[in-house]
Design a protein around this ligand. Structure first.
Ligand SMILES: Nc1nc2c(ncn2[C@@H]2O[C@H](COP(=O)(O)OP(=O)(O)OP(=O)(O)O)[C@@H](O)[C@H]2O)c(=O)[nH]1
Length: 367
């Protein structure tokens, strides 16, 4: 799975930094070592002064990339992995040294394949093609410069044959790299689709389709967590049990379709009153539960009253004469009770609301 889909931003940044560090330390060191050996063998035209000046510049550039990432400045870029600038910079580094190591020029240019491998999981075909063109063209320019300024040190025919072979290998490697890159993009797309499907399946498992509220089982799990928080003193917890009044009569009189519309409208009205950590659940046909982390019982009863009031004023164009009321029972969670017990107390309060004429909220007093 494309890890950028699953990692948090800090972990993703750490992973990018690790990749760049590895590429620079491994690739940069191999390049430096190869040229240092050339220097020892007297293959490095310009000798030690040029070697130290050139690698000083190259390593300042490398460390600049690392510092840029350590400071997190790459996050502001459209491509935070900075793979293309890094590959262009590294290619420039080998082109510069290829200018001064006549006997091992091809060896130095071969480092380009390690550079390409660095971007194989990230760069596109267009980027690879651009980089390959830059490298092959740069190599040709170097041969032109060397044969112009130091004709005595080059076997021109041999150098161009090597250049031709190198170019053919670059073409093959670039095609392969872009193929891998295409497969990676397809995998990323599939993973996105898969993540979307998993999310939808999860939603279907825990949420009621009609109202979008949680189903009973998941709601009870969330309630248990909320009770734990309330027991630790994070907040007071109000549990409201609600039931639409005479819902059977609505179905009988206006039909099930209107009954469904009433349920949807109830969800809509409730949602307007819920905020923050509040959540709602559909426990059964026309039975609902609200779980309300609040600072005092009054806040919970005001919220429930608001929903009752909101439902009372609803009108339905599909059933012009219809007026819907809701009964509710509120119980505040006590530290020593279980989630089931507080729900039971809210249910008892609801029963009292029904018994005493409906369309009202009854607040359950005491445990
Ligand atoms: N339209 C519709 N009706 C449903 C749905 N789920 C349950 N019902 C109906 O809801 C009605 C519930 O009726 P009762 O439990 O008798 O309650 P009531 O008529 O609301 O009476 P009180 O609760 O005492 O006010 C039943 O007729 C169920 O068929 C649903 O998803 N859509």
């Amino acid at each position: 799975m494309d890890q950028s889909l699953t990692l948090n931003p800090a972990a993703l940044q750490f992973q990018r930094l690790r990749r760049v560090l590895f590429a620079i330390l491994a690739g940069g060191s191999a390049h430096t070592l190869l040229c240092w050996i050339s220097l020892q063998l007297d293959f490095f035209r310009g000798g030690s002064p040029l070697f130290y000046a050139l690698f000083g510049v190259i390593w300042v550039g490398h460390l600049g990339f690392i510092l840029f990432m350590l400071l997190g400045l790459n996050r502001r870029l459209s491509e935070p992995s900075m793979i293309m600038p890094l590959m262009v910079w590294s290619t420039t580094g080998i082109l510069l040294t290829a200018l001064v190591v006549d006997q091992v020029r091809l060896c130095v240019m071969m480092i380009f394949f390690a550079i390409v491998q660095m971007g194989v999981l990230q760069a596109s075909f267009r980027q690879f093609a651009w980089l390959a063109g830059y490298c092959v063209f740069g190599y040709a320019v170097i041969l032109g410069v060397v044969s112009g300024y130091w004709p005595e040190v080059v076997d021109l025919r041999g150098e161009w044959i090597q250049w031709g072979l190198f170019s053919a290998m670059v073409l093959a490697v670039i095609l392969l790299a872009s193929e891998i890159s295409t497969i990676r993009s397809q995998l990323s797309r599939r993973n996105l689709q898969l993540a979307d499907i998993v999310e939808r399946i999860h939603d279907m498992a825990v949420k009621d389709e009609m109202t979008g509220f949680y189903r009973r089982r998941h709601a009870m799990e969330l309630l248990a967590k909320a009770c734990g928080q309330a027991a630790r003193g994070a907040y007071q917890l109000g549990v409201v049990y609600l039931d639409l009044d005479h819902f059977k009569r609505i179905n009988d009189q206006y039909g099930h379709r209107v009954g469904d519309l009433v349920l949807e409208r109830f969800a809509e009205v409730s949602r307007r009153h819920l905020s923050g950590q509040d959540f709602a659940a559909r426990l059964g046909g026309e039975e609902f539960m609200l779980v309300l982390p609040v600072s005092d019982p009054e806040e919970a009863s005001n919220l429930a009253e608001g929903i009752l009031l909101g439902m009372r004023s609803q009108r339905f164009k599909e059933a012009p004469g219809l007026s819907v009321t809701v009964s509710a029972g509120l119980a505040m969670y006590h530290r020593e009770e279980t989630p089931e017990q507080v729900v039971l107390r809210a249910d008892r309060a609801l029963y009292q609301a029904k018994e005493s004429g409906r369309d009202k909220l009854v607040v359950e007093q005491g445990a």
